[in-house]
Design a protein around this ligand. Structure first.
Ligand code: NFA
Length: 101
């Protein structure tokens, strides 16, 4: 018969923290064509045409635009993939991430 050890649960339990979310931010530049930005937003962030156009125009006018929030690894991967799409075509298009407050 194996020995069995019973471990009692602590009187107080803590709920697991909800993972912090990260914003993906589109940065404006003077060189990437508007249609290319829209294409990247549709391809990488699954936006429809009108939403992608609105986001692109907000970044164009204000300098940047928050696109979406995701868990850290997802946000970083998407920002990297989207930035790489621009780089592969010789554009300085940039997507960055930052933690939500
Ligand atoms: N400012 C770019 C242009 O006028 C378009 C653009 C928008 C680029 C948003 C990057 C981000 N061609």
């Amino acid at each position: 018969m194996p020995d069995t050890t019973f471990v009692t649960r602590p009187a107080t339990t803590t709920k697991p923290e909800r993972p912090k979310l990260y914003k993906v931010i589109l940065i404006n530049d003077d060189y990437t064509p508007r249609e290319f930005v829209v294409m990247v937003l549709k391809a990488e962030f699954k936006m429809g045409e009108s939403n992608a156009s609105a986001v692109m125009l907000t970044a164009h006018r204000k300098g940047s635009c928050v696109i979406a929030v995701f868990p850290r690894d997802v946000a970083e991967t998407k920002a990297e993939r989207a930035t790489d799409l621009g780089r592969s075509r010789g554009f300085p298009l940039q997507f960055t991430t930052e933690p939500e407050e």
